[in-house]
Structures are given as C-alpha cells and as structure tokens.
Write a protein that binds this ligand. Sequence first.
Ligand code: A3P
Length: 296
Amino acid sequence: HKASSSITRFPLIPVRGVPLMNYIANNWDNIWAFCPDPSDLLIATYPKAGTTWTQEIVDLLLHNGDAEACKRAPTPVRSPFLEIVSPPPIPSGLDRLEKMDPPRVIKTHLPFQLVPPGFWENKCKVIYVARNAKDNLVSYYYFDLMNQSQPEPGPFGGYIHKFMQGELSWGSWYDHVKGYWLEREKRNILYLFYEDMKENPRREVERIMKYLDLSVSDEVVSQIVELTSFKNMKENPMANYSCIPSPVFDKSISPFMRKGEVGDWKNHFTAEQSKLFDEDYEKQMKDVDIPFRTLI
Ligand code: A3P
C-alpha cells in the first residue's frame, strides 16, 4: 500500500563504483562541489552504524546539554544529510545546508573517497562511527525492509551476500570502515565504535567533547548520556525519525529505533551463515587491523 506515488524503491547507480540511490547519483556533480566552512563538522558513517545517536550527542554538547534546545527540530533538519536528494518537494541536503549558517553539523554516508574535497581542504573536523559488520548488516536489513525508498532487501540469506559483495546502497562496508581508518591520523578523524558507545557512553561522550574543544560540566555530561540512551531517544519525536511519513518509513515493519544493542546478529545468523561470513571477513579485512567487537 503506497500512499504517495513519488515514493518508490529507487534503483542504485554506481558513482565511481559505489552504488548510490539514483537521485544522489544524478546530482553527483553538485554534491562533489559542495564546499563546507572550516567550522563545519562532518559525522560520517556506513548506514546504520550509529549516526543518529552521534548526531544527538553532538547537538547536545553544542547546546550544553539543553534538552529543549535540541528539540527545536527533527534530526535531519538540525543536522542535514549532505548527499540526500529526495523527490520534490522534500528539500535536498544541499538545499538545507545552503539555508543554514556555519558552524553546521553535517551527516554523510559517503565512503572516504567520495567525500567532497572541500572538507579536507578546509580541514573540517570529522567524526566517523563504525559498527561491527554483523550487527551493522542486521540493522541495515530491517532498515531496508521498512524504508520504502531503499532497494528491496530480499531474504536475509541473500542479503548477507549483497552485503559481502558491496552491493547495498553506499557500497561496501569493508571499504567504508577501512577508508576512514587508514586516513584517520592524517586527516585528524575521530574514529569511534558503536560498541564502545554502548559499553561506556560517558567515556565516548567525553572523547567527542574533547575532540570538539568543548568543555561541559560532569553534570551536563551525565545529562547528555541520559538523554541519548536508546530508551530516551526512542521516545523523543525529534530524535526518533517519526518525522519521516509512514509511506516512506513503514513503521508497521520496523521502527527506526529498533533494538539498539550489540550482538543482535546472534538472533539472525545461522551457524553456517556466520561461518561463511567470518571466512569472507578474514579475506576482506586481512590488510587492516581494526579492533571491531561483535559482542561486549
Ligand atoms: P538497530 O537497528 O540495531 O536497533 P543510524 O542512525 O546510523 O541509522 O543507526 C541506527 C541504529 O542505531 C539502529 O540500530 C538504532 O536502533 C541504533 N540507535 C539509535 N539511537 C541509539 C541509541 N541512543 N543507543 C543505541 N543505539 C541507537
């Protein structure tokens, strides 16, 4: 049942080998030409790695933990999604950014090599959040089931293969996490892990605070940890994506704030699927040593 005819599962078109939603691919030159201000912050992730959570933490840090100030608008309005292009009349990420004054907090799912070069020329700060492959895959699977603008995920078994082959929107998880990892020192990228955030959110909020050269009181840090718990964000209409209408995000299939845990992959992968995935993972990740944890 489609309430809006303009919403459809958009096909993917490769941009320099990375499959992107057709609307994004067709607007690629404008996205690549985007030039941020040096004061802008980029939050980069592979889809479903903890983007929204990090956006909320950053907004709260920038507003000294003021919960009301951070309810001024939904996440994608407060912190625009750089490359997103939706069917009109929905404003694109670039449209939103144009109407905002720096410093802006910009979200992207682009892999390192597709980040507009202006970010590096202007030495913008970049926070990258990575999540272990198996949980990231499961979260993406539910997202693709419910988000009617993403390609049909098909059965879970086949989805695992698409993930391993880098055929999902925004391409290969393996290339994504490696791309930013290898550049993190040279480009002063703060590289975070979803699992660390779950394990000790306070420590990670403080790391973000220091990276942003902010200093908020211990009390405010505690408040931010509390406001950005899974439970509180799930109930916060300005942070839980209830702003996206139901023909696009079909909440009868899955909520955006789905589970928010480490290790949910165990409830989805069979022993055989897990073995096959791990064998392939060894090969794809053999050239780097990124300390991912699939359980905490
Ligand atoms: P699950 O599908 O595993 O529940 P993104 O924002 O990058 O799209 O990532 C979404 C994932 O992060 C979802 O994972 C979502 O539930 C989880 N998430 C969002 N806010 C969270 C929070 N405050 N704490 C823990 N997980 C959170």
